[in-house]
Ligand binder design. Structure first.
Ligand code: GUN
Length: 280
């Protein structure tokens, strides 16, 4: 028996149609939704992500502005740019593309973005609201993962969910969202003892490790939903954190890389931008 492939690209395309309609409605009411992205320096991976975001905006009708600051810009210069976008009523979403050059303070920059415009959901206020179950701007990747799980009909209430990875961007918010869905959540990381023994108990397994094909078939419970957040490049080819070919033979559901979580992350960024524009 082979797994149902959860096609993030298809979900994102269907969402884009509805988002384009919502965007048109906002424009008719005189609001032009606008996303501003700040990039510091020339990180090639970031440049690809930012281009994808611009394309998604253009497709839906969201205006986008990309601000590229020089590699050697100071924290103060970065904050001044963020402040200007915070104060600009024509801008509804502000996103600082990560990673920043190592000498810059990422969390200070994230805190600088006005919480209402924090379409990444990385501001401490939005993170705190998520923790307390208060409606908040949610981080795009975990939000997209939850969307896929729900729309694919994966049972969540009472399910054993295992999240591998504890980042502020994916692992931690993902675990909180699954907890909110009444999963019993375990968070694993690089210091976890006997990882395979834990992942084998998962009805829902989210892999956000950053190591190519790290989750092998023997680590997966037959019938489980396996969500692959990894984007790794091996011999010039993209692959996830899950050994897709083998795991798809035993899993119940699985997301591919590319075409799984990635397009959903961008779709949720569009969703957050429209929500911010709607509220403004
Ligand atoms: N770099 C990699 N992923 C992300 C993301 O979701 N948001 C931002 N701002 N930077 C990133």
């Amino acid at each position: 028996m082979s797994a149902i492939i959860i096609n993030g690209k298809e979900y994102a395309a269907a969402l884009a149609e509805r988002q384009a309609e919502r965007c048109g409605e906002l424009r008719r009411r005189g609001v032009e939704p606008c996303l501003a992205v700040i990039m510091v320096g020339e990180n090639p991976a970031s440049a690809v992500y930012v281009r994808n975001k611009e394309r998604a905006c253009a497709k839906i009708g969201i205006a986008s502005r990309t601000i590229t600051l020089p590699e050697d810009c100071t924290q103060e210069e970065l904050h001044a740019r963020i402040d200007a976008l915070n104060a600009d009523p024509a801008v509804h979403g502000v996103l600082v593309q990560l990673p920043l050059p190592a000498r810059l303070d990422e969390s200070a920059a994230q805190l600088r973005v006005k919480a209402e415009k924090d379409v990444d959901g990385f501001h401490a206020l939005n993170a705190g609201k998520l923790m307390q179950g208060i409606p908040a701007m949610l981080p795009c990747t975990p939000k997209g993962v939850l969307f896929m799980l729900k729309n694919a009909g994966v049972p969540l209430d009472g399910a054993d969910a295992v999240v591998v990875g504890r980042s502020n961007i994916v692992g931690k918010p993902m675990s909180l969202l699954l907890l909110r869905e009444n999963c019993t959540v375990t968070v694993c990381h690089s210091h976890t003892r006997d990882l395979a023994e834990i992942t084998r108990r998962a009805d829902v397994l989210v892999a956000a490790i950053g190591r190519p094909r790290y989750i092998t078939a023997d680590m997966v419970k037959p019938g489980a939903a396996v969500i692959d957040v990894g984007i790794n490049r091996v011999d010039g080819k993209l692959c996830g954190d899950v050994d897709f070919e083998r795991v798809q033979e035993t899993a119940g559901w699985i997301t591919p890389v590319p075409g799984g979580v990635g397009p959903m992350t961008v779709a949720m960024l569009m969703e957050n931008t429209l929500e911010a524009a709607c509220r403004a």
